[in-house]
Write a protein that binds this ligand. Structure first.
Ligand code: 6LW
Length: 499
């Protein structure tokens, strides 16, 4: 929210591939989660602009196993969330570990969700579910094929059929969603790939399997070849509000710095208004400052910026890399502390013991009180195993470690008194002058002296923790890790400094 009204992104930070549904006056939205556990964050809103995470759909190993060999940005790809016959349904692709497409269902979207039902007959990612008038369920998937499916069993019927895959030459037709609106079935797809060429196209037909006529105005949304501050717009889903108005949620990125523009928060969830002209949707601007909404905004519960780890379970916004076994991550061993027990590997390895939260602001500060008396660990901002910055404490020393691609270095180190120490990192705009060579931000890492003054040990260029450098589908995650032994964290505080 900007201080003048509703603002985009409505769900900042790496929350890509949004899928939305409405039940009465309540909206629910799910996103991709890749190599993080728990997976598929689930949000609730009453006004489309204030979203509260109410859980994670895949929150136990019987639903989601991501082994150490699952590459970064693999794992859980795009979900589709729907409500039908009094139940919530979610279908999603696990591209790793013998994955494929799985279905889960729940009566309460906050969970628990069922154990997965696999759908081996769905041969593509980005699966969608749509029910026709007689209750037949159709699963449409990337490349834009379709197969009839029983969502209760995952069984599919007949060979998949090809539907419509955009205009000739459209790259990467994916993220299909099928809707019955009025007399037509509408097929909404992403085209162009999830980078700067991303866009949204739509077609309509008289049956759920077409034939489909494309919208003459396709792509109905793209920011390609523009200098709009929101780029990569695509992978959309449509929802109708109780007042009859239509809205689109979609992914986008906010590049910063000079050329080519680096985005560091991953692909975020944005909202855009939709109107209908001659039976076709017209998408309004994906503006950073949203237009006033035709209903009162209803701020939901806001997560406290500081977590004192006083609860037996972690908040749903905490995510770990690939898994979170209790023997490695618990708040029950030392009440009021988060205990991380290392596997003896550090942030360079896929099975590092790390628990963090998505960076959701272009400028922010994170701090934690760590007790390294029984181990080595600290505070890190990571994109993946090859791109991360950390302030690490072990016994009587703190050090800043930077990993960029194949380069890893201890940038600075300083002795500190034994015992707990506050570690911190601050992400801010780069100092002037700014030109085409300027990065998106700088990351200052340090620690608090016993008298409370903060000592910066190193300030590092943030461009190396951007998707343009690292690649992949995620965004920065800021959190705590243990590289050796057992490390206890008394609290963690995240402070937004700029949206
Ligand atoms: C998602 C697909 C895509 O499944 O990236 O680039 C995948 N397009 O729609 C992960 O976000």
């Amino acid at each position: 929210m900007s201080d003048t009204g509703p603002a985009n992104p409505v769900i900042p930070g790496f929350h890509p591939d949004p899928s939305i549904c409405r039940v009465g006056d309540d909206y629910y939205l799910a996103c991709s989660s890749f190599e993080y556990f728990p997976g598929v964050p689930l949000f609730h809103s009453r006004d489309l602009v204030h979203w509260t995470q109410i859980g994670n759909v895949l929150d136990r190993p019987s639903q989601l196993r991501l082994a150490a060999d699952v590459p970064s940005s693999a794992g859980i790809y795009a979900p589709t969330l729907r409500h039908h016959d009094g139940r919530f349904w979610l279908i999603v692709t696990n591209v790793s570990g013998g994955g494929g497409n799985l279905l889960v269902t729940a009566t309460d979207p906050a969970g628990p969700w069922s154990d997965p039902i696999w759908a081996p007959g769905v041969p593509g990612i980005d699966p969608d579910l749509a029910w026709d008038e007689d209750g037949t369920c159709w699963c449409t998937f990337a490349g834009v094929g379709q197969v009839r499916i029983d969502p209760h069993t995952g069984e599919t019927y007949g060979p998949p059929r090809k539907l419509w895959s955009g205009a000739p030459g459209d790259k990467a037709p994916e993220a299909p969603h099928l809707y019955r609106i009025g007399d037509y079935w509408y097929l909404l797809i992403a085209v162009g790939g999830t980078e700067r060429g991303h866009g949204v196209a739509i077609a309509r037909g008289l049956t759920p399997s077409g034939p489909f006529e494309p919208c003459p105005a396709n792509p109905i949304l793209t920011h390609r070849s523009t200098d709009h501050p929101v780029q990569n717009t695509g992978h959309a889903d449509l929802v109708q509000a109780p007042d009859g108005s239509w809205w689109m949620v979609l992914l986008g990125v906010r590049p910063g710095g000079g050329t080519p523009g680096w985005h560091v928060l991953g692909r975020e969830t944005f909202l855009a208004p939709v109107t209908w002209v001659d039976g076709w949707p017209v998408v309004g601007e994906v503006a950073l400052d949203l237009p006033e909404l035709p209903w009162p905004v209803v701020p939901g519960p806001v997560e406290e910026p500081r977590d004192d780890f006083d609860l037996s379970e972690l908040r749903p916004s905490w995510i770990s890399v690939r898994d979170r076994p209790a023997e490695h991550c618990t708040t029950k061993e030392r009440p009021g502390w988060l205990t991380l027990r290392a596997r003896g590997v550090d942030l360079d390895e896929p099975d590092v013991v790390f628990t963090g939260r998505r960076q959701q602001h272009l400028s922010c500060r994170a701090r934690t009180l760590v007790d390294p008396s029984d181990g080595t660990g600290g505070l890190a901002v990571r994109l993946d195993e090859r791109h991360h910055y950390a302030i690490e404490a072990s016994g009587s020393e703190v050090r800043v470690i930077a990993r960029v691609g194949s380069l890893r270095t201890v940038v600075a180190a300083q002795p500190v008194p034994d015992g707990p120490v506050v570690l911190g990192l601050t992400i801010t705009d780069p100092p002037p002058p700014h030109d085409a060579r300027t990065g998106p931000d700088v990351v200052s890492l340090g620690f608090e002296q016993p008298d409370g003054t903060f000592t910066v040990l190193a300030t590092l260029d943030g461009r190396y923790l951007s998707t343009e450098v690292a690649g992949g589908f995620t965004g920065r995650v800021i959190g705590m890790y243990a590289a050796a032994g057992t490390v206890h964290f008394d609290w963690f505080a995240y402070e937004p400094l700029r949206p």
